[in-house]
Design a protein around this ligand. Structure first.
Ligand code: FPP
Length: 275
């Protein structure tokens, strides 16, 4: 892994979060939040870093670096408008197939981000969670991750879930293995395996609930092995903005769009009975 570079995040503009939005957009968000219309849990596939950087004639890693600033901007806004959980797809199980230099750059950036964010997470009462095959991560990443997880473990205001070395299929496979082991030991009967039993074995169980809104940036329209079980009834938003440009205004627009969706969960619209 590359050594941790100097702290680039210290240069991040103070006009972030709600303060970065025009006053009328802030008012709309406050009203939607007060009316309980915003999603409680947003999950994001942060796509498009590499293409964004290449279009600017830069290395792909420059896109990831700019993407880390978007992480900070979106996290701050999510916290300020009262979301309960934000789950980010930071590194997939399949991302290990990328060239070693890019994997190193991504993981180095993650170390840098965690080291620089711990104070803000403490100030903001955000609880960090991490989901995935975490034992695959290099020691340097696991160490700073453990420190940050422990330092924020009692925080209550918002959960920030980082999916690291994560795959939705892999998550379901390990849940099935755990349940099968309990059945083999006589601790569980096969007929006791229901949705709740499976959910309790998913890596994301500590989030306490599925995403209401799943956003993918940069125009691609697929789930790429992200939260496959959990997204059964998530509203999906595929936005053209590349992740490094997905800042407060783009996030606010996605949240407002969500409030116009009609979530039926297989039933009928609220109170409608025209059958
Ligand atoms: C997809 O863009 C993005 C990733 C594989 C990693 C996401 C990582 C970050 C946003 C930065 C670091 C994260 C944290 C939490 C600090 P891509 O490279 O696949 O883009 P492309 O589709 O344009 O190639």
């Amino acid at each position: 892994m590359q050594p941790v570079a100097q702290n680039q995040f210290a240069q991040f503009t103070p006009a972030s979060g709600l303060a970065a939005l025009p006053a009328d957009t802030r008012d709309v968000l406050h009203k939607l939040s007060a009316a309980g219309q915003l999603p409680q849990h947003v999950a994001i596939i942060m796509d498009g870093n590499g293409r964004w950087a290449r279009r600017r004639g830069e290395e792909r890693s420059a896109g990831h670096r700019a993407g880390a600033d978007s992480v900070r901007a979106v996290t701050r806004l999510a916290r300020e408008i009262g979301l309960k959980s934000l789950t980010l797809y930071a590194f997939s199980e399949q991302n290990w197939q990328r060239p070693p230099a890019e994997v190193d750059a991504l993981l180095g950036l993650l170390v840098e981000y965690l080291a620089s964010e711990i104070d803000e997470l403490k100030r903001s009462d955000i609880k960090l969670l991490a989901f995935g095959n975490l034992q695959r991560l290099p020691l340097a990443v696991r160490m700073v991750l453990e420190t940050t997880l422990a330092a924020t473990a009692n925080h209550q205001t918002m959960k920030l879930g980082l999916c690291l070395s994560y795959g939705g299929r892999e998550e379901i496979v390990q849940a099935a293995q755990h349940l099968a082991t309990r059945v083999a030991k006589g601790q569980l009967k096969p007929e006791q395996i229901d949705e709740a039993a499976i959910e309790a074995e998913l890596w994301t169980a500590p989030l306490g609930g599925p995403p209401d809104l799943l956003i993918r940036t940069s125009g691609e329209q697929r789930l790429s092995n992200f939260l496959l079980w959990q997204s059964a009834y998530a509203e999906l938003a595929f936005v053209p903005t590349p992740w490094p440009e997905f800042r407060e205004l783009a996030f606010a627009a996605a949240l407002c769009d969500y409030t116009r969706r009609d979530r039926r969960f297989g039933g009928l619209s609220g109170g409608r009975d025209d059958a």
